[in-house]
Design a protein around this ligand. Structure first.
Ligand code: SF4
Length: 458
């Protein structure tokens, strides 16, 4: 999911939030919504689909000092389509909440037992209810309610909230999901990615720290920390691999550079030798940067062997397997003139379910490629994510089901190789201490649901 928020003393911020949501569209296409705070009330619009589909105009949203927005992709166990659209908006007192991430076992959160089950169907709705309950029972303001509720939650949450007058930004104590602060003119901006700030002509001020609660309003800005003992930073490594835009920075590090260096390292680690000299093809769009790095290091030509029409959705995000496969066939066009008669090095950023990849290698062979050597710019994805990336059930993860030696045959390739974790971390500019690598290593930074993590194949 992607979240955005704007606070400024005057103006119509819904239009700016909408622009930022368009810049975050790659983070979710299932629904979109905007809530505007008019001082003491909130007015919201939601719709299903992309921002263009869900919010074709601003639907009569009023002006006001604050607006927040959300683009959603349904994570495991949450509702699809419009039913799960955010921001979650509650009244008495007003509260709007937009959430990127997923809570682990939300029903175990302190106070959850007191909230009627029919009042919440998603972890985000539960969080909003808990905050409202904290405000109602103690008369606390929103920041105090956040400090009362958040230490009891486990999992991933980058939040943008409003009580009608103020804007709040929150990152969970592990910092799983990113959240950046920016300025444009007199307005403060919050967004899941820096690209959504620079993309609207804003200036990035900084990224929020793990555990930070930032409030912005007529009082100025105030920052505080959620107190959770022993919470170590565990930023999602997969944001660099796949999820974030290449023009964003995460923890001050360029996503583009991380992907380019991963591609270079992959060429060192898993070259494709022999003759005739192969050509490099990227699976569009996120793998293009890694493919460029691979080709540069291996001194091989890059060809546009696969084209993606401009309006294509991201196949990773599409819901069920059959829908995903047909989406790939409709949205990826092999270019016979580029690959016919060629030995192809196909570079992708990751291999999760493998459904997409099976179809892609078939398309290349149909277009005349004589060999297809798959090179993946990250390690095998073997363990499920509980922190906001929908990788499906553990049995759907291809590298968890099959030994590496059987992957090439399963995927219709001549060879398959992955980048090692050490080299990926090096490319991202850090060591494993600051990152979550659970889907690649099985080492989860938090407790996870009992019995949810099977032993993978080796
Ligand atoms: Fe990211 Fe993987 Fe950790 Fe999920 S499990 S937060 S995808 S690194």
């Amino acid at each position: 999911c992607g979240v955005a928020g704007v606070w400024g003393p005057a103006g119509h911020h819904a239009a700016l939030v909408r622009e930022m949501l368009v810049a975050l569209q790659h983070r979710g296409q299932e629904s979109a919504g905007i809530a505007v705070g008019t001082g003491n009330a909130l007015v919201a619009r939601h719709g299903a689909g992309t921002v263009e589909q869900a919010l074709p105009g601003l639907g009569g949203l009023p002006g006001g000092p604050v607006a927040i927005g959300h683009v959603r992709y349904a994570t495991h166990g949450t509702r699809d389509g419009l039913a799960g659209a955010q921001p979650v908006v509650l009244d008495h007192p007003p509260l709007a909440l937009a959430h990127n991430g997923t809570l682990v076992d939300p029903q175990r959160a302190p106070g959850a037992e007191a909230i009627e089950p029919e009042l919440w169907a998603t972890d985000s709705e539960l969080m909003a209810r808990l905050l409202l309950a904290a405000r109602a029972s103690t008369g606390a303001d929103t920041a105090a309610a956040l400090h009362a509720v958040l230490p009891g939650l486990t999992g991933a949450y980058a939040l943008v909230l409003s009580d009608g007058a103020n804007l709040y930004g929150v990152r969970d104590p592990h910092g799983f999901r990113p959240l950046a602060l920016g300025r444009r003119g007199g307005a403060w901006l919050l967004a899941s990615e820096t690209a959504a700030i620079t993309g609207v002509g804003g200036e990035v001020v900084r990224e929020l720290e793990p555990g930070e609660v930032l409030s912005i309003g007529a009082h100025g800005t105030a920052s505080s920390r959620v107190e959770v003992p022993d919470a170590k930073t565990a930023a999602c490594l997969f944001e660099y691999v796949y999820f974030a835009r290449a023009d964003s920075t995460l923890s001050g590090r360029s996503v583009y550079q991380a992907r380019y260096r991963a591609g270079q390292a992959l060429a060192d680690y898993a070259p494709v030798t022999g003759s005739p000299r192969p050509v490099v093809v990227a699976t569009p769009e996120t793998a293009r940067v890694a493919a460029d790095g691979y080709a540069e290091r291996a001194r091989l030509p890059v060809v546009q062997g696969l084209l993606r029409p401009a309006a294509a959705g991201r196949s990773f995000i599409a819901g069920d397997p059959a829908a995903r496969e047909s989406l790939v066939r409709r949205k990826l066009a092999p270019v016979a003139a580029a690959v016919a008669g060629e030995r192809v090095v196909l570079v992708d950023d990751s291999l999760v379910r493998g459904t997409t990849m099976r179809t892609v290698t078939g398309l290349l062979r149909e277009a005349g490629a004589v060999e297809v050597h798959l090179r993946i710019a990250s390690p095998p994805y073997r363990w499920p994510c509980f922190y906001g990336i929908d990788t499906g059930r553990p049995e759907e993860l291809l590298a968890a089901r099959l030994p590496i030696t059987e992957l090439a045959e399963q995927l219709g390739c001549d060879s398959v190789a992955f980048l090692s974790l050490d080299r990926l971390l090096e490319a991202a500019g850090g060591d494993s201490s600051g990152y979550c690598t659970a889907c690649l290593t099985g080492r989860y930074p938090t407790a996870v649901p009992v019995g949810a993590v099977p032993a993978p194949a080796t």
